[in-house]
Ligand binder design. Structure first.
Ligand code: FAD
Length: 404
């Protein structure tokens, strides 16, 4: 168990400044172009792979840090650079986390590196849970996986919605229902290996923000995967289903919607990076912009906005670091992961809006980055659990009751 400390160690400081330099020199200069093009920024991801920032080694390094702080520190810098490009670089981590969280060590060794490929041949991963009729309510997934015992294969059918890297990924991790009567306890996760027949990209969504990140439907039409692609293995799944059926007969309730608790501080750190970018930019602007014969920051109306932005950003970072540390050291008690994601994402929306206000007319134009940051911030109150779902998770954790 590591002590909680706000002092980053030498490794963490070095990673922070390494990613900051990449964000300044490579990501920021490219951000506007890829937002306008609304395409996956392959050349930038390639540059990230060339320096080892996009790749399985970096992910393993960040995950092996016992304080838990390396990952949020790295993500904050990346998203300070740009959130769309940041998501393009981080999107494969969702699939990697799905595999290592649900799979056996052998499955993680086989599939996680394939979510990244190598610097010579980049690969992508996608984590496919949401469906057109099941976003927050993950217990009602309709994508179905049926076991074909004779061939030891699973046959998967369904449609997934809003999938980051969907259809362009090499490895798709798909959550499907095996027994719909059991809700989320009747679900299992499958790896769909590169080139598997029957998996295709549906519509590509045109989005409000993070436009450099690719988001699509994924269609699964009689997709057949070998038995070894069931994450965790058949024996574990059968035992889980048997336990769930038992609970169904005894009427025991399902636990709170806390499945994604561990990944939430990382999502909070994404929002934090955007908020910090907007705060720093508008602070400098407010010192330089003159109105009525003085810098606009000399008005309390502007200076107090900036004071509150600084305060809320620091409060968010403290919640994120606490949650990231707890995730590695003893676990969450009162949904601290959800608290950090909820706070940081709401702060990012508010701070980026205030940044537009401080820049006035310039802030509203696409010539300046603050309107993009505002658009990018908004996704964080929606994906990986909406703000309303975070409040539900926190309310259930503090009360011990199944608040609806
Ligand atoms: C850009 C982008 C990328 C994404 N990437 C991925 C991905 O890689 N993989 C993936 O699986 N999914 C992904 N998603 C999907 C995302 O996780 C869902 O959109 C999200 O969980 C919300 O689900 P929904 O859109 O169906 O909204 P709904 O669940 O329909 O919610 C609509 C509104 O109702 C509210 N609401 C719903 N239930 C309750 C309740 N019980 N109490 C109070 N309020 C409630 C919500 O908070 C929200 O305000 C992505 C989405 C986007 C937009």
């Amino acid at each position: 168990m590591s002590e909680f400390s706000l002092a980053l160690n030498d490794d963490q400081l070095q990673i922070q400044s390494w990613i900051h330099d990449f964000a300044v020199n490579v990501i920021r200069p490219a951000a506007h172009e890829w937002d306008e093009r609304e395409e996956f920024p392959w050349p930038i991801v390639q540059e990230a792979a060339n320096i080892g920032l996009y790749g399985v080694d970096f992910l393993l390094n960040a995950f092996s840090d016992s304080s838990g702080l390396t990952l949020p520190v790295a993500i904050e810098e990346l998203f300070w650079g740009d959130a769309g490009i940041g998501m393009a670089i981080m999107g494969s981590a969702l699939a990697a986390a799905g595999i290592s969280g649900n799979g056996t060590p052998e499955q993680a060794i086989e599939w996680v590196p394939q979510c990244y490929g190598t610097a010579d041949k980049i690969q992508l991963g996608a984590f496919c849970v949401s469906e057109p009729d099941a976003g927050s309510d993950v217990s009602s997934l309709r994508t179905k996986a049926v076991y074909d015992e004779a061939k030891d294969e699973w046959v998967i059918n369904g449609t997934k919605a809003w999938i980051t890297n969907g259809g362009i990924a090499d490895v798709h991790v798909v959550v499907a229902t095996v027994d719909p009567t059991l809700g989320s306890r009747g679900q299992a996760s499958f790896v769909v290996p590169p080139g598997t027949k029957g998996l295709s990209q549906g519509q590509k969504y045109l989005k409000h923000g993070i436009r450099a990140s690719h988001t699509s439907e994924v269609i699964l039409d009689d997709v057949r995967v070998p038995g070894r692609c069931l994450l965790g293995g058949k024996e574990k799944l059968d035992a889980k289903l048997a336990r769930a059926r038992e609970r169904l007969t005894t009427g025991e309730k399902q636990p709170a919607m806390a499945t994604f608790e561990a990944t939430r501080p990382a999502v909070g750190a994404q929002a934090l990076g955007i908020a910090r970018a907007a705060y720093e930019y508008s602070l400098e602007y407010a010192k330089e912009r003159h109105a009525f014969g003085k810098p606009i920051i000399m008005n309390q109306a502007i200076a107090f906005k900036l004071a509150n932005m600084a305060l809320e950003i620091d409060a968010s970072r403290l919640l994120i670091w606490r949650a990231a540390w707890l995730g590695r050291n003893g676990g969450f008690k009162n949904a601290e992961g959800s608290m950090s994601k909820y706070k940081a994402s709401e702060v990012a929306v508010r701070v980026t809006e205030e940044a537009i206000q401080i820049l006035g007319g310039y802030g509203y134009t696409r010539e300046y980055p603050v309107e993009r940051w505002h658009r990018d911030a908004k996704i964080h109150t929606i994906f990986e659990g909406t703000s309303e779902i975070q409040q539900l998770v926190i309310a259930r954790a503090i009360s011990g009751l199944r608040i609806e």
